[in-house]
Design a protein around this ligand. Structure first.
Ligand SMILES: NC(=O)c1ccc[n+]([C@@H]2O[C@H](COP(=O)([O-])OP(=O)(O)OC[C@H]3O[C@@H](n4cnc5c(N)ncnc54)[C@H](O)[C@@H]3O)[C@@H](O)[C@H]2O)c1
Length: 245
């Protein structure tokens, strides 16, 4: 489980622990890892590895730690991600571009590469976390949108390469409010306005648990006929006409 120390990833870890899975959190934030382990240990068997998902050695080590501890790998969630710099494309440096692509997209590739053989043995599955930014944009978000579009494509490519033993799907969240799922020093109470909720066809802003419950379903045998897909979890926002009358 990458990026499991905070935010959506932390909610996914809590959910799958409650469902009885053993979990290794691979996350670059050591402080957040420590806090999350303390908070989530009552829910089940959880360990952490400090890991930058863009670093192949780190990813290899994290997978090896999971195998050493749990003896098998049934499920991989590639959730670690960073945002764009909000810089106009004409000012964006190659280094800034590469960092977002490396963490968000290359991280998913590296996890699949190092997890694939273990998942083949167990008939396991992968869920990658993309974004609705894969299919719609604001200005100055090129690296993030490109990385997330890449994840959607990587997902169906992996589904063809690793099937039939391994199913691979991705989830594209819309606006998910994560402030209460951050590490303590960054945690705050969301101050959402009525219009933040009302603009969503589902009537509210998303919660990390909305993503976690779909992850849990995709991991289960009930989802055995589903692979190569992208599931949008956005309260209907990407289905809404927004032309001004
Ligand atoms: N929150 C949203 O509204 C939203 C919407 C669409 C997609 N997403 C995607 O969902 C995922 C989680 O988002 P979030 O809002 O929970 O983010 P977050 O910032 O709250 O949590 C991200 C986690 O990833 C970890 N991380 C960052 N870089 C890493 C790296 N190089 N290696 C390992 N771990 C790293 C962080 O330490 C953190 O624990 C991301 O991929 C994000 O792009 C979020």
């Amino acid at each position: 489980m990458t990026g499991g120390a905070e935010g959506i990833g932390k909610a996914i870890v809590e959910r799958v622990l409650r469902d009885g899975m053993n979990v290794l959190i691979a996350d670059s934030d050591e402080e957040a890892c420590k806090e999350t382990l303390t908070e989530l240990l009552p829910f089940g068997n959880v360990i952490a590895a400090v890991c930058d998902v863009s670093n192949e050695q780190d990813v290899g080590r994290a997978v090896a730690s999971a195998i050493e501890r749990f003896r098998r790998l049934d499920f991989l969630v590639c959730n670690a991600g960073i945002g764009s710099h909000g810089v106009p494309v004409t000012d964006l440096t190659l280094e800034q571009w590469r960092r977002v692509i490396d963490v968000n997209l290359t991280g998913c590739f590296l996890c699949a590469k190092h997890g694939a053989e273990h998942l083949r043995k167990t008939g396991g599955s992968i869920v990658n976390i993309a974004s609705t930014r894969a299919i719609q944009s604001e200005a100055n978000t090129e690296p993030y949108s490109a990385s997330k579009g890449g994840i959607v494509a990587l997902t169906h490519a992996l589904a063809m390469s690793l099937g039939p033993q391994v199913r691979v799907n991705c989830i594209s969240p819309g606006w998910i409010e994560t402030r209460q799922w951050k590490k303590e020093s960054k945690r705050s109470t969301p101050q959402l306005r009525a219009e933040d909720h009302a603009q969503h066809p589902a009537g509210r802003v998303g919660k990390p648990e909305d993503v976690a419950s779909l992850v849990a379903y995709l991991a289960s045998e009930e989802a055995g006929f589903i692979t190569g897909q992208n599931f949008v979890v956005d309260g209907g926002m990407t289905r809404k006409m927004i032309y001004i009358e």
